[in-house]
Design a protein around this ligand. Structure first.
Ligand SMILES: [Zn+2]
Length: 408
């Protein structure tokens, strides 16, 4: 029997198509001296037959994920800093040009986007449950409230600050299983002509590239234009624009507005038609995805074992949240990876969750280049390869696993 679950959007039946087994929390980096038991959950994903939403079969309690020590800083990459600066300029020009506009961001992280809004002198509010990153945002002059966003919070914001012209969320909305409360809150908070703009990993890219590590504890949903359109309708909202983004290995930016308030851009109809043609959530396409992922796992493990047997030095590059899925799903531990280098100080000197590979600073990589580097941060591949020309010059090779296993 294939396991099923109840859809978090429409209460339809979600049928499982991929089981990644027992997984730890993706940010639970561990002190080597810590002997306490680790938290694991079953990571499995399915698709709803009614609304086509791709989602996790089981929910991880949110307080376990977004806490004081949440170690991801959006400003860590220069490509992402540029991305958010231009996003802020675009939002201000297109949606906040009226008198005294108000911009709200859900999950504002370290203020990388709102910083530009604040500098423009525009009223704004960032919602951010993780206190560590939000302190950094405050230092940039960004107004932050430490709370999860839900209906009650939205009503309070509207009472205190008035309606919002723009609600924006990057890599946040797909984290939230309780969509009802969030979308009801957004509907209550938006001005009549306001927009909800959000960007998240696109299941169309995941399906095409077999980028299975887009599934981890924080990504409860993997959206498509079709599933977002279906979800929006339930809350009196309409999908009025879509834009493909190269960020994080392939994302989509969705713009929702009150039903009938705007004419949808031609890109919406075009992408819906394309998704229809690809039949992204049909049983045939999903089972082909599952098969490709299984084959890539086998080839990656074979490659790593073969390199070890040849006495090659192999390290991981980037102890990303995604890497928790790859390492635990493939059973890659310290026997196959000497260490993983990462520039985030909070991760250094710690073991990766579940798989227990030591994380070391970037210098550990450059001081003595390995023979191979497993590119775990593949979504930043271009930026990383441009930065690490010394590694290639020293004869080093990159080992990649998306869209398939290859050395470059
Ligand atoms: Zn559904």
């Amino acid at each position: 029997m294939v396991p099923t679950a109840t859809c978090r959007v429409c209460a339809g039946t979600v049928t499982e198509f991929m089981d990644f087994g027992r997984q730890p929390l993706s940010d639970a980096f561990r002190d080597p001296a810590d002997t306490s038991e680790e938290f694991f959950y079953r990571l499995a994903v399915g698709a709803c037959a009614d609304c086509e939403m791709v989602q996790m079969m089981e929910e991880v309690p949110r307080e376990r994920m977004f806490h004081e020590g949440y170690p991801y800083y959006s400003s860590g990459s220069s490509v992402m800093r540029d991305h958010f600066r231009s996003t802020a300029q675009k939002l201000l020009a297109e949606h906040a040009a009226g008198d005294d506009p108000f911009v709200v961001e859900l999950g504002c992280n370290d203020g990388v986007m709102l910083e530009t809004v604040a500098r423009a002198g525009v009223r704004h509010l960032g919602m951010e449950p993780s206190t560590g990153v939000s302190e950094v945002a405050r230092d940039k002059g960004v107004r932050v409230r430490n709370a999860f966003f839900e209906k009650a919070t939205a009503l309070r914001i509207r009472e205190e600050d008035g309606p919002a012209d723009v609600v924006y969320a990057a890599n946040t909305f797909c984290h939230i299983p309780y969509v009802d409360s969030v979308l009801e809150g957004i509907t209550a908070l938006l001005a009549p002509g306001g927009v909800f703009v959000f960007e998240d990993p696109y299941f169309g890219d995941v399906s095409e590239k077999a980028s299975f590590d887009q599934f981890y504890d924080e990504h409860f949903f993997l959206f498509t234009a079709t599933s977002v359109r279906n979800m929006a309708r339930r809350f009196g909202l309409e999908l009025v624009d879509v834009e493909r983004l190269p960020t994080h290995g392939g994302e989509l930016r969705y713009t929702l507005a009150r039903e009938g308030s705007r004419t949808p851009a031609p890109a919406v109809g075009a992408l819906l038609a394309e998704e229809d043609k690809r039949a992204l959530t049909s049983p045939e396409v999903l089972s082909s995805f599952t098969r490709r992922v299984g084959e890539n796992r086998e080839r990656l493990v074979e490659e790593l074992r073969s390199l070890r047997d040849q006495g090659r030095r192999v390290v991981g590059y980037g102890a990303t949240a995604k890497s928790a899925t790859v390492l635990n799903f493939c059973g890659i531990g310290p026997d196959l990876l000497e260490f993983i280098c990462d520039t985030t100080p909070a991760k250094q000197g710690r073991l990766t969750p579940g798989s227990h590979v030591m994380v070391r600073d970037h210098g550990a990589f450059t001081d003595s280049y390995p023979d191979y580097a497993l590119l775990l941060a593949w979504n930043h591949a271009e930026e990383i390869m441009a930065k690490e020309t010394g590694f290639r010059d020293a004869g080093g090779r990159w080992l990649r696993y998306v869209p398939d296993v290859r050395t470059t």
